[in-house]
Design a protein around this ligand. Structure first.
Ligand SMILES: NC(=O)c1ccc[n+]([C@@H]2O[C@H](COP(=O)([O-])OP(=O)(O)OC[C@H]3O[C@@H](n4cnc5c(N)ncnc54)[C@H](OP(=O)(O)O)[C@@H]3O)[C@@H](O)[C@H]2O)c1
Length: 231
């Protein structure tokens, strides 16, 4: 668990995955700033989320303003927009943790693993930003549909990859805040496995008509920081 409420920007937070994470993080007591290409769209989405949450936990801004205002920045835009969005907010990311949820899906064959030639979409972003930004890959396997249904716990674990162990630990704490068990899963290059796994989950969703298959890590002893059931 994180020790204090944080201000978390979610770039692309008007969309499926970002809005699910925003609702969960807002419910957990964090302040969320939705980022969008259109500040008015973000403000409208934030208003709807506050209505659902019953309190003013979420606000809206442009992606740049959201990133600038935050302690931690999350990226939840489609793969095709990942690079350009990061370039746009690059100055505001300096010294911060960037949690990148991107899966390199290449429509229309989204149920097929199509990793970039560099191996991992998120590792490419760490290489782009350099040591000034600690990039952590997480939440690729957590269905937006499940996140947005606040009535239900999310039945999925989180693989957390990044080159900085302390940054990974902070992201594991955020996941615990929203009731998810998250695991140190190695350096940023290992994000390739989480990214690939999402296409496998999409294939399973299609075959079994599920709105959100997930993953579980087994065989790991009980450990500090594991979320309580119902958190
Ligand atoms: N959906 C899931 O279940 C899921 C699960 C795990 C991971 N992810 C990952 O999360 C990311 C977002 O997925 P999503 O399903 O939430 O996508 P989405 O709803 O289609 O898009 C998210 C937001 O990205 C912004 N956006 C769209 N096109 C853009 C562009 N060309 N340039 C800049 N911003 C653009 C939009 O915000 P504005 O129009 O307000 O700017 C949009 O609301 C993806 O990388 C995906 O792989 C998704």
């Amino acid at each position: 668990m994180t020790s204090r409420p944080l201000t978390i920007a979610i770039l692309g937070g008007t969309g499926q995955e970002g809005s699910g994470l925003a609702l969960r993080l807002g419910k957990a007591g964090h302040r969320v700033v939705l980022g969008s290409r259109d500040a008015a769209r973000a403000a409208a989405a934030a208003g709807e989320m506050n209505g659902a949450l019953g309190r003013d936990a979420v606000s809206g801004a442009t992606n740049m303003a959201a990133a600038g205002a935050a302690d931690i920045v999350m990226l939840t835009v489609p793969y095709a927009a990942q690079h350009a969005t990061v370039e746009e907010v690059r100055e505001a990311l300096r010294g911060k943790i960037l949690i990148d949820t991107t899966v390199p899906l290449v429509p229309p064959k989204v149920a097929r693993v199509q990793l970039p030639p560099e191996g991992s979409a998120v590792a490419v972003i760490q290489a782009l930003l350099g040591a000034e930004v600690r990039v952590v890959s997480a939440f690729q396997n957590v269905s937006a549909h499940r996140l947005r249904d606040l009535e239900q716990e999310v039945d999925c674990d989180v693989l957390v990859c990044g080159d900085d162990a302390a940054a990974r630990e902070i992201v594991i704490g955020l996941a615990a805040d929203i009731g998810l068990s998250a695991y140190h899963a190695g350096p940023i290059c290992n994000s390739a496995a989480a990214e690939a796994l999402t296409s496998v989950l999409i294939a399973i969703n299609m075959r079994y008509k599920s709105p959100g298959a997930g993953i579980r890590i087994t065989g790991v002893p009980e450990r500090e920081g594991k979320p309580e059931p119902g958190a």
